[in-house]
Write a protein of this length. Sequence first.
Length: 495
Amino acid sequence: MSGTFLGMPAFPEAARRAVGDSTLRGNLRHATRTIRAKRAKAVAEVPDWAALREAGARIKDHTLRHLDRYLVQLEESVTAAGGTVHWAADAAEANRIVTRLVEETGESEVVKVKSMATQEIGLNEALEAAGIRAYETDLAELIVQLGRDRPSHLLVPAIHRNRGEIRDILRSEMGRWGRPAPEGLSDSPAELAEAARLHLREKFLRAKVGVSGANFMVAETGTLVVVESEGNGRMCLTLPETLISVVGIEKTVPTWRDLEVFLQTLPRSSTAERMNPYTSMWTGTTDSGTADGPRAFHLVLLDNGRTDALADEVGRQALRCIRCSACLNVCPVYERAGGHAYGSVYPGPIGAILSPQLRGTGSEIDASLPYASSLCGACYEVCPVAIDIPEVLVHLRERVAEGGAATRAGNRVVLRPAGGHAAERAAMRAARWAFTYPGVLRAGQRLASRTRRFHPRTLPGPGRAWSGSRDLPAVPAEPFRDWWLRTRGGRDGDV
């Protein structure tokens, strides 16, 4: 990835600041609880949801195992349909490719469909440095852009803003980017949406270049798919003469038939709808001046750490993600800390496992992200492609604390343990030793029970960070092993 949000501290410090913002917490609490209640209702309508979830996971796993073959097939299909495929190893290369393609058109502005990949690589900033202005057209992305802000949610990037804040942003900033907000604009959702529609309409009609991402790419046909709720994506995909799509390589699916699974699970898990209001699909280019669609189409296939993640047998399941955001909406940590604390365009539980794999764990914030979770497992329960996020979090915690072999930039390297984890390493090694010898474990349990009156209420040293906001669990008067033997008399076997 192109880097963390500028100046972001490690997650614990950033989260501590966010938790102290009562307005932010109120906005997040209201939004996430509303979304997850609607999602639960939409999912309950589908009698075979578990089967669809399993099918989605299997399709993704199969594709990732054979990604080299399907990417070549995808390139051949896109080329046969009149498009041009470009390969980008990292963010810098992707930005160079897109900037060059826009410059070759002679245009100095582009309209954009909401895209996580272009945010990941910092495309807007790269275009601006080349004198090209990028206009976000998704309503929430527009609010973030006008407010010189950062997205804080996969699906609803401006979830941290309330209606009053949005009204103030539109009033003060729209005029700098084009058509100003109407006089007397209120915080009514209808009025805010109408102001955005009027502001964006002139950009849609004027723009000659569109930039998009894609939710899926079909290898057998070269078809790209974007699902959205507002229609702005459809405008960007059909009106401009040139379309440039920047898509992560993991978004590939083998066949058209595979879409049948994801077009059921994605809308229900994201917007709690049976289907998205707009599902746009395009294959190659159009030659007719009267037909919808671009006359020049470029697909930029983005790696940017994905091949490194693919090499990790445990961590690669993060590449199944279809960006539905369901894990964010059920996560107690995200609900209280918000998305900005994660220092990435990928916040929440999925960001806590995806960002450290794409960027590595060398920075302070990336080393802290695997710990940004209570390991409650709610994220795994709602994931429509069954990503076991807690399993990957524990796996990455081991990498941070212990170091070890990993793949970076396509090369196998040995990572050194991150600083500040000596106590954790010592505790884990002591636990491993105790669990290896049952007699030692039994003696430790009995000693803890017999000295329970002398146990402190808070932990000393580094442990204060844990016990400062939690009660230490009370040690029982009798270990379970002793209770079992005393009450069952060993009839069902010793423990």
